[in-house]
Design a protein around this ligand. Sequence first.
Ligand code: MN
Ligand code: MN
Length: 455
Amino acid sequence: MSTVWEKLDEKGIAEVHAFAKDYCGYLSVSKTEREIVANSIKLAEEAGFKPLKDVSGELKPGDKVYANNRGKSMCLFVIGEKPLTEGMNILGAHADSPRLDVKQNPLYEKEGLVLMDTHYYGGIKKYQWTARPMALHGVVCKKDGTSVNVVIGEKDDDPVIGFSDLLIHLAGKQMEKTGAKVVEGEQLDALVGSVPLKGEEKDPVKANLLKLLKETYDIEEDDFISAELEIVPAGPARDYGLDRSMIMGYGHDDKVCVYTALRAILDMDRPERTSCCLIVDKEEIGSVGATGMESRFFENIVCDILDRQGLTSMKNFNDSLSNSKMLSADVSAASDPNWPGVMDEKNTAYFGKGLCFNKYTGSRGKGGANDANPEFIAEIRKVLADNDVMFQTAEIGAVDVGGGGTIAFILAGKNMEVIDAGIPVQNMHAPSEVVSKADVYESYRAYRAFLKDIR
Ligand code: MN
Ligand code: MN
């Protein structure tokens, strides 16, 4: 039996498709880190989780709480029977995905067109983002303290925006360039308008657009200075493949691990060890900032929980982290027959074979990797076998072909056991990524088994 599909009976396969349908619904409305956090809070509250700040006093086994960091990262806990100082079982995934961020002074008019200037976020092949429908998501924060949420390009009758590419007829010189230069960063300006305001002399199209923004959203041009607007692929995630076995959508990296990890912790009732799920921001640009994994936010929340139990020493805090075990839930590269030669076939992830463990990531001799301890891997193997969960092991590419990083090393640096464990993806970092439904479901089962049974 080599794939999850072959392991499952009819009922199991129906569960795979049902889970995938729920995930598609979540992914289609969760394109930014803010939307991920808002929609995850919604699901958590439906499952009985309460904001930690609204709960007073000591937490008891079975209590379900979450903490929201600036609407862009969060952590969830289900308190276990054992004291927190004996460690947590942690799942950590990231909510941010590659995209085009709108600059602070974005709008300009040229040749009767208005364009919106962007700066790309995360690692992208820039040419992949042209000539396709894009949506504008984000928030505009105004001087009066209010903010306006923006989602344009997702409803059927919404307009979309996009980045133009040169017609093939005139692209002789462009086609001779290397891939990295075929489309360059400053060419990724979105076309957003072409109607002039009657009677306006200077930049009439821009004037008309600003008038529209004022009327619709009550925002001025200056308000872009304090905005966080992300241009992302428009449209919902959907079934992929004639047999509907896969899902194509924007942002599987790493929203597919966010969703599966979230569903796993929502299932926890009264675990032996405290369950924790981290949903963090900024992984794609180095896990930096107050909402990235490097932030003190998570540790501050652990201190808060310990404090409530009267466990206030530095030792209590250190023990809580050192005794914890973590799956860094981040996607891995799926093998692709169209692109042979970049993988070591024995150590590669394949669609349909379940959750993928990367003992290490990094590049050039494991540089920057968390290299997981074999004792920990053995323990996980036992738990997954006991729970009848399929998994595979892989490296991100053959030696010296490339590489990647995750949040694993950051948590490992707090002296806990960590291994990367995520879902294989094709087209990673492209506007439309692909995952196998079987892997999505099996990974959810693996995460649940990890939270429940790791000691
Ligand atoms: Mn990732
Ligand atoms: Mn990534």
